[in-house]
Design a protein around this ligand. Structure first.
Ligand code: AVI
Length: 299
């Protein structure tokens, strides 16, 4: 946060959205009528689970990146014959333990091995209990890859291709579409996305001791067609000073804190990126309106 306040333009990583309140707000976003990605991806997983399970293989070691509450993977697990192990990886250990306990309850034979880690860093998977090395398949739903910069996205894919060599990655990507639909998805009528964005300041006040006045910042999200991405910002409603420890930073009226990019992809553009990272792109499933895509990438 210090860097975000001290440097211009003011930018902060979207990973700081996800404290307990932010994660709960994100769960509410997923239910919003305007936010089509979650329900569209769920429908794709539901409709094509058998075909996906065939590609995953009958006894795979399934690894979910940024698992959160691990709800979407249930559709895959239900279609798989004998998943050997499920490794949900998430930065929030608390979120993970709850999700793992619920999965163990619902899949008594499944070895659930949660890993509290930052999956953008190199991952060391724990060995299988019996020393075997089953096919590894990654699952990265939600178009969370869109919250990385293009360089970070290729870096993540490269690392995943190494980790999953011999298996594959099932990954969701939000598609380039009518800007009005995109705009609505990040500017919902109920104001939940605005609350999610502003929660970043509330979190900083609680955890870092800043004194942001959240009423003096406005949620601002727009589609940038040239870069094919949504940008989220917090705009300062007036010139104000923000305290961080013993330092004070001036934020001018109209200046923004850039909190998130959400990249949208074309099917071909994403396949190109995957190839560049060492995958062989395979089947792509899209909905009839072409809002969202799930890709199978062979590693
Ligand atoms: C998690 N991620 C894919 C969401 C997105 O759409 O980029 C985060 C989000 N930000 C605002 N609404 C949802």
């Amino acid at each position: 946060m210090r860097q975000a306040l001290a440097e211009q333009p003011h930018c902060i990583s979207p990973k700081f959205f996800y404290d307990a309140a932010g994660s709960a707000l994100f769960d509410r976003i997923c239910e919003l009528p305007e936010y089509y990605p979650t329900r569209t991806e769920l429908a794709l997983l539901d409709r094509h689970a058998e075909e996906m399970a065939t590609l995953i293989g009958p006894e795979a070691d399934l690894i979910e990146f940024g698992a959160g509450s691990a709800t979407k993977v249930r559709l895959l697990l239900a279609a798989m014959q004998r998943p050997r192990r499920f490794v949900p990886i998430d930065i929030s250990a608390e979120h993970l333990q709850g999700a793992a306990a619920a999965l163990r309850r619902d899949h008594p034979g499944l070895d659930v091995h949660p890993l509290a880690a930052d999956f953008t860093k190199p991952i060391q998977l724990p060995p299988m209990a019996d020393g075997s090395r089953p096919q590894r398949v990654g699952f990265f739903p939600g178009s969370s890859i869109g919250n990385f910069s293009p360089d970070e996205a290729v870096g993540f894919l490269r690392q995943a291709a190494e980790l999953l060599r011999g298996g594959g990655l099932l990954i969701g990507t939000d598609l380039v579409k009518d800007p009005a639909l995109l705009h609505a998805a990040y500017n919902d009528a109920a104001g939940v996305t605005a609350a999610f964005n502003l929660n970043l300041l509330t979190r900083a006040n609680r955890e870092l001791g800043t004194d942001f006045d959240t009423r003096q910042f406005a949620h601002y999200a727009f589609y940038e067609p040239r870069l094919q991405r949504i940008e989220m910002h917090l705009v300062s409603r007036r010139t104000q000073t923000v305290r961080l420890g013993s330092e004070r930073f001036q934020v001018m009226e109209g200046q923004t804190l850039h909190t998130e990019n959400s990249q949208k992809f074309t099917v071909e553009g994403f396949r190109r990126m995957a190839r560049q990272a060492g995958f062989t792109p395979g089947t792509v499933w899209t909905d009839p309106k072409q809002h969202f895509a799930v890709h199978w990438l062979a590693a």
